[in-house]
Design a protein around this ligand. Structure first.
Ligand SMILES: Nc1ncnc2c1ncn2[C@@H]1O[C@H](COP(=O)(O)OP(=O)(O)OP(=O)(O)O)[C@@H](O)[C@H]1O
Length: 873
């Protein structure tokens, strides 16, 4: 690449322009090369050598490259590092290029696909236990349509929500990529902007009808305009990245707003459902719950935990299946070992549909479908079989013709490479068998030739060998070559090596020709069969996807049952009343961590605690020392609600769960400096969301609200928030606090009760009992905890002295909350304000404005203003 205008450079730059901000993998022979900034980025992410090649505008061109055969691994690392990649392949052979444009012609190249985090199908690039979601969002008049698809399995859902709920919905989806119209101002920061034209509701509807070959979408459900517009944007993006090849898309499923337990992004991350606060799966809820034996099951479980249900009958249906499997250990074991052997047919199907399927994928579909049928046949048809299972079982069968076809057509273990052939079974195609026999007999003939030539030449070391450049040849050690060099020897010289000489012969040439010809025909025949088999699989794709979904659902239920047996979990009872009655509840993650500690010598056991919220006792104020277990208690109850509504057993001795519409968790403040908000600001924004959205069917956990600011402000805010939750939201709520003063709220709030986590000082040491007890905490143990943490003794004794003084002061003044007892309640205060407004309103209405002189009007205005002002004082 010398000079600035070489044809190759021009071609490269034209392709780079089409790559739209993606790294360009430019195919050159056996390598993908990257140039300029792409090379710099890739070299640093991949830790490979950055070199240079030729010059552009007088400067060397930075370059790096990756071998084509190992490109997948490099792609995976780039995608994980947040990059997107455009693959430019050679789309003609060098011979074709020469024929077209003479000896100097450049091989034509084109971008054949884009590899992006949301559009992966390759096994090596996907995490088996995590869905790979691509979402598109489009706002139409305040309503946001969201379309999302996991193209590795084709599952697609469309939903609509008010614009202000879109962040929560996207948090639920945990999408790898989000595409939005380029002119949408509210878009999430890392969203991919796409042309607005793609996001049209008419176009989206038309696309879906075309893809699924239907005249109307009514058969799939009803879809709003914003949903269809989002679907349009999603499909346009898929067409763009696949360069026209559409991945598998199953018929869209409409998701009703309110069908699932609403949780905002802050709640999700604070409950560490799918990811722990450290960022990995370890330490998350799913990690403590997941006992699925298939990747598809684990993906379904993640979906269930991200979107728990809000309809009692659906939850009960899932619970009944878990209970059935829970009670029958032998059956559960059987099912799980059958599932364990299952290939991931959903993802194999995804690759086949995307045009990237291999013979191995076809084999996986065959094996998976066969095993699904075998599993169905093994499940007993007893009268107590749960209704959900009855509904799932038909989906496990019905593939007889397809599995029979694939069974006859494919070898038992088909290879991942299809170019080499060898995947069509013997006996499937007589003509193919003939071709194979021909090349087999030619191979045998070559072996016979070798033996014959050894005898004829007297060279025992003579060998017939094969390589990619020469094809078949005869090789003898150099010292024996002379005998074969004579003109009448029947051998023609081809190549002289250091220690050996290579020859050809007429007989060998003929047999090699037979092998090549038959081999070529055989490969073509296998390729044609491959296409037919792909077509047969594609024709059954909906049914295969349904089988995969049914298997995943059974795996989730069996895994939940297994987990419940392992941990002594219980079946929750879902009721419609607003209660939460958990006996001996535990935190699944903390308990698992303590158990792991015990295995390595630790002594602590998890202490189970009850939570008994009911309509007349719906707000628990929980005090007690730091490290006493308040946060753990709060979270464990939120997690129990979540697990129950996801349709699983819960870590408790018994649990009655009043159906919950929204779950809020504000636990611990974490700085969000990236979004320019301080700890306190984040805390208040989240609290504001709770106060505006929690209903009397919601469950809220609030941990130390007000902690992030000065003592007085913090206490005042905490006080007002508790009152508002109690009087206005009327939701079930656990509120942990260090403000002892808040206990006085028990006097005025009738559905509020006081609790504390117990601790004891024993021989000067603090013993945390992690046990919840009724009543307020007797004292705080901050200094004792600080001592436990190893603060220097000098600092501790100084702190004690300061505390002594402060406490004396408090005793004299009545403490921080002195006088608060006379404050009218939140609602009473609001009522008083409302009454004042009513008086003003009556007076305004009584005024006959036309009858007033200008002077009287002005005086009346002053008067009204004075009155309004007096109510503010
Ligand atoms: N019920 C329990 N049984 C056993 N150990 C527990 C229990 N609850 C909490 N712990 C242990 O105590 C530690 C601290 O718990 P947690 O963070 O809930 O305390 P906290 O009262 O909220 O503290 P702080 O007020 O400082 O936030 C946990 O990490 C856990 O190891």
């Amino acid at each position: 690449m010398a000079g600035s205008a070489t044809p190759m450079m021009a071609q490269y730059l034209a392709l780079k322009a089409q790559a739209e901000g993606c790294l360009l993998f430019y195919r050159m022979g056996d390598f993908f090369e990257l140039f300029f900034d792409d090379a710099r980025i890739a070299a640093s992410v991949l830790d490979i050598a950055l070199t240079s090649r030729g010059e552009h505008d007088g400067a060397p061109i930075p370059m790096c490259g990756v071998p084509v055969h190992s490109a997948e691994g490099y792609l995976a690392r780039l995608i994980r590092a947040g990059q997107r990649v455009a693959i430019a392949e050679q789309v003609e052979t060098p011979e074709e290029a020469k024929k077209r444009g003479g000896s100097k012609a450049l091989v034509a190249r084109d971008i054949v696909r884009f590899v992006t985090a949301g559009t992966l199908t390759e096994d090596a690039l996907l995490e088996p236990r995590r869905a790979n979601v691509l979402a598109a969002v489009c706002e139409l008049r305040g309503v946001c349509g969201i379309a999302h698809v996991d193209i590795s399995t084709g599952y697609m859902e469309l939903e609509e929500c008010p614009a202000h709920d879109v962040t929560a919905a996207l948090a639920r989806l945990d999408a790898r990529e989000v595409v939005v119209p380029e002119d949408w101002l509210e878009a999430p920061t890392d969203a991919i902007a796409r042309p607005r034209a793609g996001f049209s509701s008419d176009g989206g509807g038309e696309d879906l009808r075309r893809i699924h070959g239907v005249a109307t979408l009514d058969g799939f459900g009803s879809f709003g305009r914003a949903m269809l517009a989002a679907a349009g944007g999603l499909i346009a993006y898929l067409e763009h990245v696949g360069r026209g090849t559409m991945p598998l898309l199953l018929p869209p499923v409409p998701r009703e707003c309110g069908d699932t337990l609403a949780m905002d992004a802050a709640t999700r991350s604070s409950l560490e459902i799918i990811e722990s606060s450290q960022g990995g799966r370890a330490g998350s809820l799913i990690d403590a719950v997941d006992r699925c034996v298939t990747g598809a099951g684990a993906r379904q479980l993640a979906e269930d935990l991200s979107a728990p249900l809000t309809r009692k009958e659906l939850i009960d249906e899932r619970l009944a299946l878990v209970a059935w499997l829970h009670d029958d250990a032998i059956l559960r074991g059987d099912i799980r070992s059958a599932l364990r052997a299952l290939p991931d047919i959903g993802r194999a199907l995804g690759r086949i549909a995307a045009g990237r399927g291999s013979p191995r994928d076809l084999g996986q579909v065959r094996d998976g479908l066969e095993q699904a049928r075998a599993l169905r046949d093994r499940l007993p048809g007893s009268a107590d079989r749960p209704a959900l299972l009855d509904r799932l079982l038909p989906a496990l069968g019905g593939h007889g013709a397809l599995t029979d076809l694939l069974g006859r057509a494919l070898v038992p273990q088909p290879p991942t490479e299809r170019g080499q052939g060898g995947f069509i079974a013997e006996g499937y195609d007589a003509a193919l068998d003939d071709l194979r026999r021909t090349s087999g007999s030619a191979r045998r003939a070559i072996a016979a030739l070798e033996a014959r030539y050894r005898v004829e030449t007297g060279v025992a070391a003579l060998k017939i060998r094969h390589n990619g450049v020469l094809g078949y040849f005869i090789e003898v050690p150099a010292r024996h070559a002379d005998a074969l060099m004579t003109p009448d020897s029947g051998f023609t010289h081809r190549q002289t090596m250091a220690g050996a000489v290579r020859f050809n012969s007429l007989g060998l040439h003929e047999e090699a020709g037979r092998i090549a010809e038959a081999g070529g025909h055989a490969l073509a025949a296998e390729e044609a069969h491959f296409e037919e088999l792909v077509e047969a699989v594609m024709a059954a794709r909906m049914a295969i996807a349904a089988t995969a979904a049914a298997l995943a659902r059974i795996d989730v239920a069996a895994g939940q049952a297994e987990r419940a047996v392992e941990g002594g979990w219980t079946r929750p009872r879902i009721v419609l009343e607003s209660v939460l009655q958990v006996q001996a509840g535990r935190h699944p993650v903390v308990e698992a961590a303590l158990m792991a500690n015990r295995r390595s010598g630790g002594a602590e056991r998890f202490v189970a605690n009850d939570c008994m919220l009911a309509a007349n006792d719906r707000l628990w104020l929980i005090g007690g020392p730091n490290m006493g277990g308040k946060s753990t208690f709060l979270r464990q109850n939120a997690l129990i609600v979540l697990l129950a509504q996801a349709g699983g057993f819960v870590p408790a001795a018994s649990a009655v769960i009043g159906l919950t519409d929204r779950l809020f968790s504000r636990v611990g403040a974490s700085d969000n400096l990236a979004r320019g908000r301080s700890t306190f600001m984040v805390e208040m924004v989240e609290t504001a969301a709770i106060l505006s959205q929690a209903t009397d069917r919601s469950f809220v956990i609030l941990d130390e609200v007000g902690r992030g600011t000065s003592t007085y402000d913090g206490l005042a805010l905490a006080w007002a928030v508790v009152e508002a939750v109690h009087e206005t939201n009327r939701c079930r709520c656990l509120f942990a606090t260090h403000y002892h003063e808040l206990t006085r709220l028990a006097e005025s709030c009738d559905a509020l009760s006081l609790h504390h986590v117990r601790a004891r000082e024993w021989k000067g040491d603090l013993v945390l009992l992690h046990e919840l007890a009724p009543g307020p905490a007797d004292r705080s143990y901050g200094i004792a905890v600080a001592r436990l943490a190893g603060l220097p003794p000098k600092v501790i004794s100084r702190a004690k002295a300061v505390l002594d003084k402060l406490e004396k002061g408090r005793a004299q003044t009545g403490g921080l909350a002195a006088g608060l007892g006379d404050l009218p309640l939140f609602a009473a205060a609001a009522e008083a304000e409302e009454a004042q407004c009513d008086i003003l309103r009556d007076r305004l209405q009584a005024l006959d404005v036309d009858a007033l002189s200008p002077r009287e009007a002005l005086e009346t205005l002053y008067e009204l203003k004075r009155e309004a002002g007096s109510s503010e004082a």
